[in-house]
Ligand binder design. Structure first.
Ligand code: ADP
Ligand code: MG
Length: 709
């Protein structure tokens, strides 16, 4: 019976145990263990249930054992006894060869030093014996796939658990249960839900890792309070992305108060949010700030996959609701699709010619066709067929014939095959409609706010295939073998940056005036014109940069000016660069150089022509990852401008961090050939999307023997 040599059981086995022991088992469903036994039976748990209770022979029809040592082999035991009694019980379990104990009991690290000591004791016991622990201070876990509902919460008082492909891991059991309940109400199912509590042994990352490999889980939701090991988390979010599984994360600790609440709750230190955010953004994780929205987004991703590029089509029988939702979508920067002329043409079939725009007011149908639902459904179908439409959103108000109308609209949206979502604005009067939507499989949410936030997060999800450049797909040293030694002028230096995925301006090297005009036309006016020369380091000081040239005439005049100035160089230079103009934006400087003592170093700071004046830079040893790059960036005085100073929009901080991190990899890959690289300016676009290197230069040293320093 005792099997102390049993290997540490896997997370997979914990979610699919062959047997579950319930301590304190009871027939009384007002007791927690009574409910656990009942829910396991109710939801058809396929394994063996083993009651443990010295005062019973039979519990809920099953043979009860006085002590765990008397029971047959147990994979998972669930325990909710007072904290001081937990260590002794765990020892008995370990002696009996139990694979894993799930500890519901609270009174551990979350309550202060005494509890923390108790928690250290059980962590130590787990390490020593190999018996795994979930909790303490958790509310259990639910595996919907095998009916293993290991929690005593009354949210399990439902006829059946909805199966789905969403995995959910949280440090808060209470969140798990209310989320489960909410999702259940709108017909959203899960594969597994896990609350990890104080993480005395198994932690959030362990279950996250399992879900990445678990074929039953397609989308992973994480509610994170504090991370134990940021590096591992970073590895996992990258792994999930490589596996093509969207990850949606909600992290507390963005505010000081939130951080405090998180700490007192699970007794783990909440990490700095911006670092977490940058790491997540870089790995394509969807960040949300609300658990309901998290589940709605997860459901869209699980049900329809990643959104394509394009805009939303919004349809409602109420122009009033359309107006409100359209405004909210605009505030959230969620684009509405501009319907193609062909779509508008075909919409004439059912809509008044004055009402062919998105949002579509389904109230403005052609009168002669009658008020039939088929006509409205036809409008949905026609709009959904527009290739620029990436999701159908129907906003429902009350209407006569409510259920039939909603069914027709929802069914047309579902039949289109495009992602669809219904925003329900009425209350209980629409419960029948909600049932209809669940039945036909059209996702819905009960508030405009939830719908808009969900759409913002969903439409921003970028699938792996469309991620700009994988941060870990680096060219490596081999690709640098062809690099010329010496001074790299602007176009050559930028080509090098581009190899590492740092965005650069569109530009073309030219040698004749006609060529310059043709290049400008290809790039699009206005353009910048610059000299390409290794004789002058600061081109603008020497009058070799002409900006904002609006047309061929202006370009021609600039051409003459620069050529005159170049003629006095010895030998005269004859190459010029026509370049896109980047309008507005904040100018930063990025740099890399080789320090004789420390090797490659990167730098970031306030850029542009004032760089020497401002001397506002921060340094770090390379390589740095995007999270570290962002942390460095926070030390730059211009940081508030990036965050959105005085009501201005927040700029694309993660793009800056990504560029700096990429530059740091380039610096490392160059090894002893790194002399220096200057990117000045890197322009951070004011529209909040991306960065672009507008100027760069580099010095590449000759190959030497000492590759490693
Ligand atoms: P320098 O060799 O003097 O550093 P730059 O190419 O950096 O020459 O140009 C000088 C300044 O002109 C930059 O700091 C930037 O403010 C502006 N500038 C240069 N190129 C562009 C561009 N493509 N779009 C917008 N502004 C530019
Ligand atoms: Mg410059």
């Amino acid at each position: 019976m005792t099997d102390r040599a049993s290997p540490r059981i896997t997370v997979d086995r914990i979610l699919h145990p062959a047997s579950v022991a319930v301590f304190g088992a009871s027939d009384d469903r007002s007791k927690w263990a009574g409910r656990i036994m009942y829910y396991l039976a109710l939801h058809g748990y396929v394994g063996e249930v083993i009651p443990i209770n010295p005062r019973r022979q039979i519990v809920q029809g099953k043979t009860c054992y006085a002590r765990i040592a008397d029971a047959p082999h147990v994979d998972v035991a669930i325990i909710a006894i007072p904290a001081p009694l937990v260590p002794a019980t765990l020892r008995e379990c370990a002696d009996a060869g139990v694979g894993c104990c799930l500890i519901i009991s609270s009174g551990f690290a979350e309550v202060g030093p005494e509890g923390a000591a108790l928690q250290r004791e059980i962590s130590e016991l787990s390490r020593r014996t190999g018996m795994r622990l979930v909790g303490p201070n958790c509310l259990g876990l639910i595996n919907v796939l095998n009916g293993m509902a290991l929690t005593s919460a009354r949210v399990l008082e439902v006829e059946r658990l909805h199966r789905g492909r969403i995995g959910f891991v949280t440090q808060s059991g209470a969140i798990m249960l209310s989320i489960f309940n909410r999702a259940h109400d709108v017909g959203i199912g899960f594969s597994h839900l896990v609350s990890v509590g104080n993480q005395a042994d198994l932690d959030l990352a362990d279950f996250f890792e399992h879900m990445i490999d678990d074929p039953a889980t397609a989308v992973i939701c994480l509610h994170v309070e504090g991370l134990r090991d940021g590096r591992r988390f970073l590895d996992l979010i990258r792994r999930a992305r490589r596996a093509g599984k969207p990850v949606i994360a909600l992290k507390t600790g963005r505010s000081e108060l939130g951080e405090h609440a998180a700490r007192s709750h699970t007794a783990s230190l909440a990490g700095a949010y911006p670092v977490f955010e940058a790491a997540c953004r870089d790995a394509g994780v969807v960040l949300v700030d609300d658990p309901d929205v998290m589940v709605l987004v997860a459901n869209m991703l699980a049900r329809f996959g990643a959104p394509t590029e394009g805009g939303i089509a919004l349809l409602s029988p109420s122009g009033g609701i359309n107006g409100i939702v359209a405004d909210r979508l605009a505030d959230a920067n969620v684009p509405l699709a501009v319907l193609r002329p062909e779509t508008r043409q075909s919409l004439c079939e059912v809509m008044l010619p004055t009402h062919l725009d998105n949002p579509v007011d389904l109230g403005a149908r052609r009168q002669e066709l009658g008020e039939t639902n088929a006509v409205a459904a036809r409008a949905v179908e026609l709009v959904a067929a527009d290739p620029g439409v990436n999701a159908i959103v129907i906003a429902l108000t009350t209407s006569p014939n409510y259920e039939a109308t909603s069914k027709a609209l929802g069914a047309a949206a579902v039949a289109s095959g495009k992602p669809c979502f219904t925003i329900m604005t009425p209350g209980s009067v629409a419960d029948g409609v909600r049932a209809v939507l669940r039945e036909i499989g059209c996702p819905y949410g009960d508030r405009i706010d939830d719908g808009v936030r969900m759409l913002a997060a969903y439409t921003r999800y970028v699938p792996t295939s469309r991620m700009a450049r994988a941060p870990d797909a680096k060219p490596g040293r081999a690709s640098l073998l062809d690099l010329r030694t010496g001074y790299l002028t602007e176009p050559d230096a930028k080509a090098l940056l581009a190899r590492y995925g740092i965005p650069v301006t569109r530009e073309r090297v030219v040698r004749a005036r006609d060529e310059a005009v043709a290049a400008a036309e290809a790039i699009g006016f206005p353009v910048a014109l610059k000299a390409v020369t290794d004789k002058v380091v600061h081109k603008s000081d020497a009058g070799l940069v002409e900006l904002a040239l609006a047309d061929p005439d202006a370009l021609g005049r600039a051409w003459d000016k620069i050529r005159r100035r170049l003629a006095i160089l010895d030998p005269p230079a004859d190459t010029l660069l026509v370049q896109e103009m980047v309008s507005g934006g904040l100018e930063l400087i990025l740099g890399a150089k080789r320090d004789p003592g420390f090797g490659p170093v990167v730098m970031i700071g306030s850029g542009g022509i004032l760089v020497e004046l401002l001397r506002d830079v921060q340094l770090a040893l390379a390589p740095i990852d995007p999270a570290e790059a962002e942390a460095l960036l926070r030390g730059v005085k211009a940081w508030p401008l990036l965050e959105g100073y005085r009501g201005r929009g927040r700029l694309d901080i993660s793009a800056v961090a990504s560029a700096l991190s990429r530059l740091s990899r380039l610096a490392v890959d160059l090894g002893s050939r790194l002399g220096e690289i200057d990117v000045n300016p890197l322009i951070v676009r004011t529209d909040g999307h991306g960065v672009v290197a507008a100027d760069a230069r580099a010095v590449i040293a000759p190959e030497t023997q000492d590759q490693d320093l």
